[in-house]
Design a protein around this ligand. Structure first.
Ligand code: SF4
Length: 178
């Protein structure tokens, strides 16, 4: 059987038009993921920590929400990141979930996964931070399906960073996860 190329090798082989979509997607997904991490360490209600249930709050990979011309390349990158990331997998959890850590995908998470908020977590966010999180999925789907400008990407990242700066004014409840 032919060996799977590494993540880094695969990246160099992606056609330029798809590479551009993936670059934009990862920039925005990275900012969204960073926002979730800022919230997560300040929250007690993330059910991804309840690993006795064998699953994260996200409850199963939603790669189904990824589409467009760059989809096959995104899937290949996700597969390689998973293969190249250590940690303990839980039998009942999503294949990208690791015990004590949660999702390994980061900037390669699907639109649906980045958008997912379980109800307890959502309630706590509203009580503690007094914010509703904006919908992330439409922005990511837009990047995957039409040619968005780099200005749009930049503006989205800046808007998200403003929110992160605000969230970071609240105390950290889980310093061990920083
Ligand atoms: S891909 Fe990540 S966020 Fe999505 S269900 Fe799996 S572990 Fe959860």
């Amino acid at each position: 059987m032919e060996a799977v190329t590494s993540f880094a090798q695969y990246e160099t082989q992606i056609r330029p038009e798809n590479a551009e979509i993936i670059k934009q997607y990862r920039e925005v997904a990275r900012a969204f993921d960073k926002l979730w991490k800022a919230i997560s360490v300040r929250s007690n209600q993330n059910s991804w920590r309840l690993e006795s249930r064998g699953i994260g709050s996200c409850n199963g990979d939603s790669g189904i929400s990824i589409f467009g011309p760059a989809k096959p390349d995104l899937f290949e990158l996700r597969k390689r990141r998973n293969l190249e990331t250590g940690g303990i997998r839980l039998a009942k959890a999503c294949e990208f979930h690791r015990a004590g850590r949660g999702c390994v995908l980061g900037d390669l998470k699907s639109p649906l996964c980045l958008d997912y908020v379980d109800s307890l977590h959502g309630d706590e966010m509203q009580r503690r931070f007094k914010v509703g999180i904006f919908k992330m999925e439409p922005t990511l789907l837009r990047i995957l399906s039409v040619n968005v400008s780099d200005d749009f990407v930049q503006m989205t990242v800046e808007k998200t960073q403003n929110m992160i700066d605000y969230i970071e004014t609240f105390p950290v409840l889980h310093p061990e996860e920083l």
